[in-house]
Each structure stands twice: as C-alpha cells, then as structure tokens.
Design a protein around this ligand. Structure first.
Ligand code: MLT
Length: 324
C-alpha cells in the first residue's frame, strides 16, 4: 500500500512540477546572504536582486544568515526545499575554499547545488585604518613585519574571501598578525574606520567609497591592471609584490530545484546584468560584470569545480607556511 502511495506521489509531483515551474514564482523569493548586512556579498545581492525581482515579477528578499565564514548560511540554503523560493548568494570562499578548511562541511559545493549564475567579479584590495603609520605598500610591509602578532588583521570567518586572500597575503609577506574574526567585512570595515582594527584584504565593492572618502587607506589592488573605480590605487604588480587574486559572487539554488525554475532565475540574472542601471551601480563600485558566456549555470558549475581544485593546495601550502 505504502509503495503504491509513494509511486502515486512521485507521479503527481512529476506531473505537477512543470505546472509549478510555469507559474513560478507565485510569491516572494528568499535569497540567503551568508554574511552580515552591508558587506560585499550583501551589496551585490541587493543590486542584482532589484532588477531580477522586476523580471520575475516577485520580490527577492535578502535574509542575512552569517557564521563560520559563510558556511552556516550556505548549509541552511542547501537544505532548503528545492522549489525555487529559497536561493543563495555564494562566493569564492563558500563554494571554492570551504572544503579545504572545514573537514565536516555540511555541503558539497560541486554536487549539492543548482548553479544559477555568476553575479559579479570583485577585485581584492589591501586596505588599512587611515592612522596606520605607513604611507605606501613598502612601508606597510615593513610595519607588518615589525609588528608581528601585535598587528590586528580583520576577516569574515574561516573560509571567507577576506580570510583566504588574507592568509595568502600573510604567507607571501611572511607575517603572522593576530586574526580578528567578524560576521562579515561590513562590520569589519566599520571598526577599521574607527581605528579599532589595522588591516584586511577585502572585495572592492565594500571599501571603494571609504577609500575615495579618505576614511581608510588602500595600499594596492591585487589585479594586473588598475581598477577604473580607483584609478589612483596602484597594482601589486606595479609595486613588485607577487600577490594577485580576485574574488567572485554567484547565485545558487538547492540541488533538485526544477530546471525550468533555474532557467527563469538565470534569465533574470542575465537581464539584470544587461540592465544599464544595474551595470552602472556595479561598475561604480569596482565590480566586474561577467560576459554573457560566463554568466550561465554551466559556466558557474565549471568555475566551482576549477576553484575547488585551485584553492585546496593553495590553502594547504599557505596554512603550512603560517605554522612555521
Ligand atoms: C561579506 O559579504 O562580508 C564578505 O563576502 C565576506 C568575505 O568573504 O570576506
């Protein structure tokens, strides 16, 4: 009898799914952002959601679920009902580096998600409180080496972008600061503006306004070319530092989300990234808009797989260097 009921239920859902997807969405959609409000991942989410909401005809509402470098929020989203009403903004940390740092991670970035698409690239800046006694990168490196563990290095939890890019910087510099955790680089930036923490490596969209306003210092951007959003900030390449890294943020749904729903959300993201107002806001903050080919669910799946392969050995080496 039970087997019969299960078979009927499966048949019913199979027959209902296309209709559900066709009418999707019939109510607002929740996007889990796994870091504190006001930080880079939250900023990008709120910018793309505005136009995506218009395209799908329902509000995409951000819910901030911070903790454990973003893995808490992503684990919750991965376990949500795969009906298209819960999606998430993940990034290079949550879907690239986390497995190397969390042996008991509650999700597999390569298999537990339905990728929707890349939302934005986010170059990394080395930034510091404006009162830090170093006027340029050269003096900053000398300061960091002299300070040793007296230096306070802010980050958004193990496995976050600010953590993995920070560990990388410290291993390149051979420095061992005291790492100060936050629930996101939004709150870390507030403490940096008030001089309570010394430096961090963060995504440009979070810090660009404060750099322009002179409220924090930017020593370098970890790109081969300067960012048009901060033309006065030199590149690490110009300054002879072997440190180049850029981050990304992307939208995912839980595995099992109907393909037609995934296609609707991917189309809405694509339209948002073509929308002039959305583009202008991302570019103004130094974000990098993915090209058409780089925005697809398939391209994101490939990116996740290549990042998993890239970060594991890099982090293992950097963490080992940090222990010496
Ligand atoms: C945030 O939104 O706070 C960041 O993405 C955190 C990080 O990964 O550094």
């Amino acid at each position: 009898m039970n087997r019969m009921l299960t078979a009927v239920a499966a048949l019913l859902s199979l027959s209902i799914a296309p209709a559900l997807a066709q009418n999707y969405p019939t109510k607002s959609v929740t996007m889990i952002v796994p870091f504190a409000a006001g930080g880079p991942t939250d900023i990008i989410a709120r910018i793309v959601n505005e136009h995506m909401s218009r395209v799908i005809g329902q509000q995409i509402i951000v819910e901030n679920v911070a903790g454990a470098g973003g893995t808490t929020g992503i684990a919750r989203a991965a376990a949500a009902t795969p009906d298209g009403y819960t999606i998430m903004m993940g990034h290079m940390g949550t879907h690239g580096a986390a497995p190397a740092l969390y042996p008991n991670l509650k999700y597999n970035p390569a298999t537990d998600f339905a990728p929707i698409g890349l939302a934005a690239g986010t170059p990394i800046l080395i930034v510091a409180r404006k009162t830090l006694p170093a006027k340029d990168l050269k003096e900053f490196i000398a300061w960091a080496k002299a300070e040793g563990e007296k230096a306070n290095h802010a980050y958004a939890g193990v496995g976050s972008v600010s953590h993995i890019t920070g560990v990388l910087l410290n291993s390149v510099l051979g420095t061992k600061p005291t790492m100060i955790p936050y629930t996101g680089t939004g709150p870390a930036l507030n403490d940096m503006i008030s001089g309570q923490v010394d430096y961090m490596t963060d995504q440009i969209v979070n810090v660009v306004a404060q750099v322009r306003g002179g409220n924090i210092k930017a020593y370098a951007i970890a790109l081969p070319e300067r960012s048009p959003a901060l033309p006065d900030v030199p590149t690490t390449k110009e300054l002879g530092l072997d440190y180049q890294v850029s981050a990304w943020n992307a939208i995912f749904a839980p595995k099992g989300t109907p393909p037609a729903v995934v296609a609707k959300l991917a189309d809405a993201l694509d339209k948002a990234l073509d929308d002039q107002k959305t583009k202008d806001r991302l570019l103004e903050l130094g974000g990098v808009i993915p090209d058409k080919a780089g925005r697809t669910p398939e391209a994101l799946q490939k990116l996740v797989e290549s990042e998993l392969a890239r970060w594991t050995p890099v982090l293992k080496a950097a963490m080992a260097a940090g222990k010496k």
